[in-house]
Design a protein around this ligand. Structure first.
Ligand SMILES: Cc1cc2nc3c(=O)[nH]c(=O)nc-3n(C[C@H](O)[C@H](O)[C@H](O)COP(=O)(O)OP(=O)(O)OC[C@H]3O[C@@H](n4cnc5c(N)ncnc54)[C@H](O)[C@@H]3O)c2cc1C
Length: 445
């Protein structure tokens, strides 16, 4: 149910293993209708996402149209730039078009004879006991019901399949909205078609309680996203009503972005202010018959760039379980439902935590010092130290383990940054090595 990013990828992996797959999607076929966005135009793809695309056989094709972003480019109020790499030389996250990726996945899926798409079918719910899904046809409101031995809910954060779980007495559900909304702003290419700012970076305008970011697109444009509290006395969407207020706000906080966004006032007025939420639930399955994956079971805020990546990782993990347990879906679903929610919860927490890092801490000299020392420790002791960001973004370490490691690393840096005079000449400071080795000894127990 749902031919979004996760649904269409998962359909490919099932079809590849020979299953007869029927995919029902609310929208029209985007190959004909064009991709109707409504949410971020581009997304950051990282190691977990690439692995799943490799399994589906389309990694290389997507890499050709992905733009590497090697680090964060911070813009301060005076328009001064500071670059901070995400990882080691050669490591990057990649900006990809959401619509382009979704269409490509549907195209690949459609090449399988054992897979059929049913567009413009709105799922109204699933009768869990009889394994029957109910649909309404968009064109004429006609209703159809379909029975299937296995149903996957990949219908996103406001999943209709999950809604059917809500009637079960033993089902946990929580939705936590963020008091911040977001609005997209378009940065067009220069007249010659080039990108107006460095295209190999994720641009951030960190301003403490709020921020703006921009990710590159292959047509030379950037998609900027402003994150601001919905309400509040100052610096909130609620306070930006008139053109004068909007312009004064940008002149004060993001002056270097004004020439980059010629349609600022128009975009501000016409683009929606969208909400963000963290959605958690448990269990993710009904017996061995219905399973929720992707945003349907774990929707997170976008600040670690891991929503799609974690949904794609769901697909990789299920693919590996299919390999291990063959057609034993009872076992596959049981193991997945037992093990995966722990990691989904961890990345949900990490994503909330990263919001503070992006909007506030990246502008703090102590934080930048920490990043430099992290890179140094990783270089000197690769077996013992991998920064949290790299674990999440450039590795397949389970998110729950990365979160635990991240908390231990916080403790290490509390000690390192307390070393007297650490700011100056830290490479020559012998105490740094001592503190680090002591931390390693404690961890080895
Ligand atoms: C502003 C923003 C920025 C983001 N940036 C990133 C990023 O940089 N990196 C990253 O990894 N993730 C990012 N994400 C998260 C990412 O968008 C989601 O995690 C991802 O789209 C989830 O995929 P999905 O297939 O589970 O759900 P969706 O992409 O929402 O797809 C669900 C599909 O189900 C269909 N559907 C819904 N209801 C029904 C129904 N009743 N019947 C039939 N079909 C239905 C929908 O039409 C849709 O096609 C971002 C999210 C936002 C909001």
């Amino acid at each position: 149910m749902g031919a979004g990013l996760v649904g269409s990828l998962w359909a490919v992996l099932l079809a590849k293993r020979g299953y007869a797959v029927d995919v029902y999607e609310l929208r029209e076929d985007p190959r004909q209708a064009g991709f109707i966005g409504g949410r971020s135009i581009n997304l950051a793809m990282s190691t977990r996402g690439w692995r799943a695309l490799e399994k589906a056989g389309i990694e290389n094709k997507i890499r050709e149209v992905a733009i590497p972003m090697k680090g964060r480019m911070m813009h301060d109020e005076a328009g001064q730039l500071a670059f901070q790499p995400y990882g080691k030389e050669g490591q990057a996250i990649y900006s990809v078009s959401r619509g382009g990726l979704n269409i490509e996945l549907i195209r690949i899926a459609d090449q399988y004879e054992n897979l059929r798409f049913h567009f413009a079918h709105k799922c109204l719910g699933v009768d869990l006991r009889s394994n029957t899904a109910h649909f309404e046809h968009a064109a004429d409101g006609r209703r159809v019901s379909v029975e299937a031995p296995l149903i996957f809910g990949t219908d996103g954060a406001f999943s209709a399949v999950r809604r059917s779980f809500m009637k079960l007495p033993r089902f946990n559900y929580s939705q936590q909205y963020l008091e911040y909304g977001y609005k997209e702003l378009h940065i067009p290419p220069l007249p010659g078609g080039e990108h107006a700012i460095d295209k190999n970076a994720l641009h951030i305008w960190p301003r403490g309680q709020f921020m703006m970011i921009a990710l590159p697109n292959i047509d030379g444009s950037f998609t900027g996203t402003l994150f601001l509290p919905f309400e509040g006395r100052a610096n909130s969407f609620g306070q930006l009503q008139t053109d004068e207020q909007i312009l004064a706000f940008f002149e004060k906080h993001f002056p270097d972005s004004i020439p980059l966004i010629p349609g600022l006032l128009e975009d501000f007025r016409t683009n929606p202010t969208a909400a963000l939420a963290t959605i958690r639930c448990f269990p993710w399955c009904y017996e061995d018959k219905v399973l929720l994956i992707g945003d349907a079971s774990h929707a997170i805020v976008p600040f670690y760039g891991q929503g799609m990546n974690s949904g794609f990782e769901d697909c990789s993990l299920l693919d590996e379980l299919m390999e291990t347990y063959k057609d034993n879906w009872d076992k596959i679903i049981e193991v997945f439902n037992q093990e995966r929610p722990r990691d989904a919860n961890a990345i949900a927490d990490l994503a909330l935590r990263n919001f503070v890092e992006m909007r506030d801490r990246v502008a703090d000299p102590r934080f930048l010092l920490r990043k430099e020392i992290e890179a140094y420790l990783n270089e000197q002791y690769p077996e013992d130290f991998l920064p949290l960001y790299s674990q999440v973004t450039f590795s397949h370490t389970p998110y729950s383990r990365a979160l635990k490691e991240g908390l231990a690393q916080d403790e290490l840096f509390d000690r390192i940054l307390a070393i007297e005079g650490i700011e100056a000449n830290w490479r020559e400071n012998g105490e740094l090595g001592e503190v680090f080795r002591e931390w390693i000894r404690e961890r080895r127990g």
